[in-house]
Design a protein around this ligand. Sequence first.
Ligand code: GLY
Ligand code: MN
Ligand code: MN
Length: 434
Amino acid sequence: MLNEQFFSGRRKALFEQLEMNSAAVIFAADEKTRSADTEYHFRQNSYFYYLTGFNEPDAVLLLIKKDHGQETILFNRDKDKVQEIWHGRRLGQAQALKNFDIDQALSINELSAALPPFINGCETLYSCHGESMRGEQQLTETMTALRQGMKKNWRAPSVQIDLRLILDDMRLFKQNAEVEVMRKAARISSDAHTRAMRFVEPGQFEYQLEAEIMHEFASRGARFAAYNSIVGGGDNACILHYTENESVLNDGDLVLIDAGCEYQGYAADITRTFPVNGKFSEEQKAIYNLVLEAQLAAIKLIKPSSTVKAANDEVIRIVTQGLLDLGVISGDFEQLMEEEIYKDFYMHGLGHWIGIDVHDVGDYCTSERTRVLEPGMVLTIEPGIYISEDSGVDEKWRGIGVRIEDDLLVTVDGNEVLTKDVVKTVDEIEAVMA
Ligand code: GLY
Ligand code: MN
Ligand code: MN
């Protein structure tokens, strides 16, 4: 469970990296209208959450670092009896001062008037450009007020820096408390996949499996998925971001489920592929085992001083050789590698950083993902092979889409598979489904 010690620790670590005589402004997310006067469920801005753990809209975090010291100010909504009766509790300023290790809590209504004098005299202004349209507007107004405040002797910052240059790298390296939360998100999500495996039967609809997944998430304290769940039976598994989840699940088909919960602000991201009737056919088993071989080989290569690229290069070799051995494709191995034939079957990357966002922030260095891995990083490893019905290969292979995805923490001597609680060998899956 993340507590104020964690969040104030993040602010302290950020302060250390800010320039002297600077201000950093981080805006909470805005509520988003779904239709008429109803809103989507509120989801806090990831940067604001990382630095506060505070889950209300209409809030701003202001950090000031000057020679004579530093100051942390939270602007938030006022207590309001009527609003709270209709829409829910608000923390207010008095309680914010008690809950958070901050110097001041001020009304969000004072933001426009308060920002210029706070920021006056700072040489550098940090913000996360574009995260909040209201935030952009507010900062433009603030800078204009400072520039026009000659009579008050105000001076606007001459340098504006994207705060994400610092925050993205901080978020990439998970603290122990974050890993604990991610283990829990992984555990809940693993159990949700197991539940779907046990539940499925030919004739059910994809949305029924989605409902099982969501039930497990919500009843375990993770009310929302970290992204829209993908439940694709048969050929639907070959649509990488399929989310209609409306088709019937047919006897003899595989079903691919890519689903993970968001727990206390952190995501899990798991894919499992299994037979609707509980038994893999020979062709399904062959493709499945090839993806599994590639995934296990990649997982072995995830360790400090290695790279995602090194693991993906190995996956590409295994997939190409495997498809050749099975007779799905034919030709000369080196030639096929040269032609990048694998892209016809494995057309996405090997994985991505994961944390507060399912596709988390953090520099990959190059498009080939050559950043050297270090302990504390968390990433997914998710190779797949997709042979759609309109593929040119022998008919018996068509309509098979397989992806296997786990979340890994890079440790000092290798990695920890956070999502290890859901089975993934053919025998284990068939046993769970029996
Ligand atoms: N669920 C999206 C992904 O696997 O990246
Ligand atoms: Mn996924
Ligand atoms: Mn993923």
